[in-house]
Design a protein around this ligand. Structure first.
Ligand code: FES
Ligand SMILES: [Fe+2]
Length: 333
């Protein structure tokens, strides 16, 4: 007999094909490795002495040791802790630990990797295919250093990313007032863009001191990487916020919330914006965390009861189908 607890909360395939943030660049110095769960597998990302980054499976094909437990980067190769076999970034075994011939066909599974704008991205594809799109790189010279907060949540990347188009929850969950769409949903292949304006109040010790207007424009690059351009004109603040859900296992993800602020001119201004970035990240995380209990406990409804007042959820879901190997539905407007 099937009881309720055996009904899966989601009938979405667990790991959409996408670029996901595996780590921040700042976490991985030259000559170091990081081993983590990634889309249901054990993956090791290492940086060689020359600075090249590679992603390989964490289990050695010799006798199965795990690189995360004593593995080392030696020059340009990854060395297994068990018998010293060495592997390059293409997964090829370049040496045994004994100076003998490498057993034929000894190699590690690899994943495509990119490093850009402070993020180390790894591409997951259910059939191991190479990516046919990239997350755009941006100019960060006028922006404060990347800062980030990390959470472990029970959810699926499609569900968390749906927040960008869930217009109806802005008021109920986040207490944004008078929300309005300032950029209609636009879909370009694996990218999705939209934009909103909302009013927020600021108060001190519960006393309302005023109201300000905030705009935010989500740029959604697949289901693992969203960049949100935020502006608060009255304070002269411009920010780039990232929402980065990386699936580790089925319905489990590491959610990174990251931020850069546009530096104010002058050296003092640059310092002030750096400090302000920490304050804003704290508040941004507080805002985002209001979604967490809902995300972690909701179930995915393939056929939701949508009503007037909802955002373009259906268009979003049709767009999202392409990340499961189904053709994208190009929707405009
Ligand atoms: S298990 Fe890796 S070298 Fe033997
Ligand atoms: Fe939200």
């Amino acid at each position: 007999m099937v009881t309720d607890s055996f009904i899966p909360q989601s009938d979405l395939p667990p790991f959409p094909n996408a670029w996901y943030v595996f780590a921040l660049s700042s976490e991985l110095a030259s000559g170091k490795l990081i081993a983590r769960r990634f889309a249901g597998q054990e993956v090791t990302v290492f940086r060689t002495e020359c600075g090249n980054v590679a992603a390989v499976e964490s289990y050695c094909p010799h006798l199965g040791a795990h690189f995360g437990y004593g593995g080392k980067v030696k020059g340009e190769v990854l060395q297994c802790p068990f018998h010293g076999f060495e592997f390059n970034g293409s997964g090829q075994c370049t040496a045994t630990g004994y100076g003998t011939a490498v057993p034929p066909k000894t190699r590690l599974k690899t994943w495509p990797v990119r490093e850009q704008n402070g993020f180390i991205l790894v591409y997951h594809h259910a059939q191991g295919m190479d990516p046919d799109w990239e997350v755009p790189s941006i100019d960060t010279t006028e922006w404060t250093p990347l800062i980030c907060r990390t959470y472990e949540l029970n959810d699926h990347p499609q569900e968390t990313t749906e927040n960008s188009v869930d217009f109806g929850h802005f008021t109920y969950v986040h207490d944004y007032q008078a929300p309005r769409t300032i950029r209609d949903l636009e879909i370009k292949g694996p990218f999705l863009f939209t934009g909103y304006e909302v009013k927020r109040t600021f108060d001190v010790l519960g006393v309302k001191l005023g109201e300000y207007t905030l705009t935010f424009e989500p740029h959604v690059y697949g289901l693992g990487f969203s960049m949100v351009n935020v502006r608060v004109p009255v304070f002269g603040v411009e920010g780039r916020f990232w929402v980065l859900p990386t699936p580790t296992d089925e319905r489990k993800l590491t959610l990174r919330l990251a931020l850069r602020l546009k530096k104010w001119p002058t050296r003092l201004g640059a310092l002030a914006s750096k400090l302000l970035a920490y304050y804003i990240l704290k508040n941004y995380a507080k805002d985002a965390s209001m979604d967490f209990p809902i995300w972690e406990n909701k179930r995915y409804l393939p056929v939701p009861a949508l009503a007037e007042g909802d955002g373009p959820i259906w268009k979003y879901r049709r767009w999202a189908r392409q990340f499961y190997g189904q053709p994208a539905t190009i929707v405009t407007g």
